[in-house]
Ligand binder design. Sequence first.
Ligand code: GLU
Length: 304
Amino acid sequence: MEYQRLIDRILLETKPLAKNGKVASYIPALAEVSPEKYGISISTLERQRYNTGDHDVLFSIQSISKVFTFSLAYARLGHKIWERTGREPSGTAFNSLIQLEHEHGIPRNPFINAGAIVVADILLSIFPDPKKVLLDYVRELANNESINYDENVAFSEKASGHRNFALAHFMKSFGNIQNSVEDVLDIYFHQCSLALTTDQLACSFLFLANDGVNPHNNRQILTASQAKRLKALMLTTGLYNESGDFAFRVGMPGKSGVGGGIVAVIPNLLSIATWSPPLNEMGNSVAGFEALERFTTYSGKSVF
Ligand code: GLU
């Protein structure tokens, strides 16, 4: 498969679509990012890497970090994690408060904000220094020691994160947050601020294409069954309220973030990451979504 020619072509074809979206502005630091940026990267289990466009520019991975934190917590807690969060699509916005009232502070799934905040709380109960553990984990998965948090983005989100504070306090009132809200959100805002390139992001998700084994050092990160279940969650809940359409049009388990990144995997084959900041109304990258649809269409490869 000529992946290089394929992604060069897809980038050219889909770049103009970015003008149909809007860069996220509710986190002030994200609003400063150029809407023109666009990168695509593929990393394969055969150790090939293919890159095009702005593949070497760091960007804020935002909600994509929820896959890393969930994976860390899931490996430790196993099925007990389902006592703290559900695993159904929410049908509401990623930062919605409404369902939580009816469902007694148990978030629908770990990829909406409420679920990710519970996962951050779990990490804080397990590890004395969860931010360091998470950073080491992502560096190991990406096989890259230079990866770091962007303190400017973390600070900007903390200053404007009223809804996330509301979610955390609300869940604490139901007993589903065990540590201090301040401490839990400090982890959450930092995980969202993780800055990766598309190349690093594609590399860091390869373990999910490899039955839970990190191909860079052969360490078992998740059991094959856990990796299967995590990918199922990505397929059903990974693209906010557009997960069904992503499964339908693209056919890969994926995860998006409001920084404009999307990453997706094809088991036993590859991981692919896109980054184009302008978002559609659901919060997903307009150009990235279309690029991934074209990738599975042109290559004939998907999970279906
Ligand atoms: N840090 C963002 C927030 O809490 C994450 C949103 C996202 O990427 O979905 O609003």
